[in-house]
Design a protein around this ligand. Structure first.
Ligand code: SF4
Ligand code: SF4
Length: 411
């Protein structure tokens, strides 16, 4: 059935077995027309994973290598010979992150590493919230971008998925300035949406086989969600992620702003969820996987599924993600009571090794976290300066920083 709705393909997948992931991804992409509809062989293609930092795959910090290998293999089978893969991590290098997850070959199915370290300034007069960017050179040079994101929680935006993943297009050392310029979840989300409006990734693939819940995006708990999601609409894809974890999609600023600014929809009646149930359709996936790319328009046993049925069969209501309703901003500003309850980053002094990475990454002039008591003691926050961007929490290598509500913080 063809509709004007944004289609989100959900593929149950319970392991990172490379052949299995490849087969399932191929079948799922075929439901959207396959890479033959999405890219041309002569195009310069950038595959954009989530490489937040160099972490082993089992930590669920990065897109899993099995998913990335499957994407690169399918692009190679499509005949694409000018493919790069890269992300600009907040800390460390793209090469280091790839090596950590075992992607250390010179070429993977013909694709080359994109170092993502050279900065190019671009003007974007049509930007709604952001009219200029400092992108990595490879982003500007590419004809087509494939966004291969990870299902994780996020301290600022509640979740990181298809919409948030594009912040990796901004060169690592330029990321901090973006947090100062766009200092709350809503304007930051609007800036991310402008990145989508400039770069137009062609397709969004989410690795949700092992997701991250809790203190994400770098220090949360790996938890199986056993799904891959694919869509041309990044907002619809993130909305379906919300359905799976019982989170109101409208509480996620990247969804609400993405919808308002026209890159997709978070409205249930505008999204069509299709699924190939793992239990009874394994054989149809095998059939599709066996087809050459040119014949991959043969339909697997995908069928439309309701939000409720999707959650009933594949959802996780105890997934640890921020579900709190935001307080009225007027009250937040003028009520001392509310201010005391606001979330803020807190350092666990027992875990802290005083490395100073949080201080280094704090984007606020004069630093909102610093070694006020010397480098033999953990850094100390100045909450009057802190803009709650959570760069410190994202970058702490010891997972020593957590967002905590005011009244319950340690100090
Ligand atoms: S980054 Fe983490 S471990 Fe390092 S000083 Fe900051 S809180 Fe401590
Ligand atoms: S202290 Fe942390 S949360 Fe606050 S502004 Fe600095 S990096 Fe952002």
């Amino acid at each position: 059935m063809s509709t004007n709705k944004s289609k989100v393909v959900v593929i149950p997948c319970d392991s990172y077995d490379e052949e299995k992931v490849y087969n399932k991804l191929k079948a799922g992409l075929a439901e959207l027309g396959g890479f033959e509809k999405i890219v041309s062989p002569e195009e310069k293609i950038l595959v954009k994973p989530n490489f937040l930092s160099a972490a082993p795959p089992e930590k669920a910090v990065t897109t899993h290598p099995a998913v990335l290998r499957a994407v690169l293999r399918l692009l190679s089978e499509r005949g694409c010979s000018n493919v790069k893969i890269g992300d600009s991590p907040g800390h460390g290098s793209c090469e280091g992150a790839m090596r950590m997850i075992g992607l250390s070959e010179d070429r993977i199915y013909g694709a080359q590493l994109a170092p993502m370290s050279e900065n190019v300034h671009v003007d974007f007069p049509d930007g709604i919230t952001c009219k200029e960017f400092d992108f990595c050179k490879e982003v500007v040079e590419s004809d087509a971008i494939i966004n291969v994101c990870k299902m994780k929680t996020h301290a600022l935006e509640r979740i990181t998925g298809a919409v948030k993943n594009v912040y990796g297009f901004v060169c690592g050392h330029k990321k901090a300035a973006g947090h100062v310029k766009f200092p709350n979840d809503t304007v930051f989300a609007r800036m991310l949406v402008d990145i989508h409006r400039y770069t137009h990734p062609r397709i969004h693939i989410m690795d949700g086989i092992i997701a991250m819940e809790g203190n994400g995006p770098g220090a949360g708990t790996p938890t199986p969600m056993n799904v891959l999601l694919i869509s041309e609409d990044p907002v619809a894809l993130d909305t379906v992620y919300c359905y799976l974890v019982n989170l109101d999609p409208e509480l996620v600023p990247t969804n609400s702003q993405g919808c308002r600014m026209g890159i997709g929809t978070d409205k249930e009646d505008e999204i069509e969820i299709v699924i190939c149930d793992a239990d009874n359709d394994e054989s149809s996936i095998q059939t599709i996987a066996a087809q050459p790319e040119a014949e991959s328009n043969i339909q697997a046993n995908f069928h439309i599924i309701s939000r409720q049925e999707l959650f009933y069969k594949y959802g996780n209501s105890s997934f640890d993600v921020g579900r709190e309703i935001p307080k009225n901003t007027f009250l937040m500003k003028y009520s001392n009571f509310m201010t005391k309850h606001a979330r803020r980053p807190v350092i666990d002094e027992e875990k802290c090794v005083k490395c100073g990475i949080c201080v280094e990454h704090c984007p606020v002039p004069g630093k909102a976290v610093d070694f006020k008591n010397g480098k033999t003691s953990p850094p100390v926050y100045d909450y009057k300066k802190c803009i709650r961007c959570y760069c410190c929490q994202e970058m702490c290598p010891r997972h020593a920083i957590k967002p905590v509500r005011g009244l319950f913080r340690k100090k």
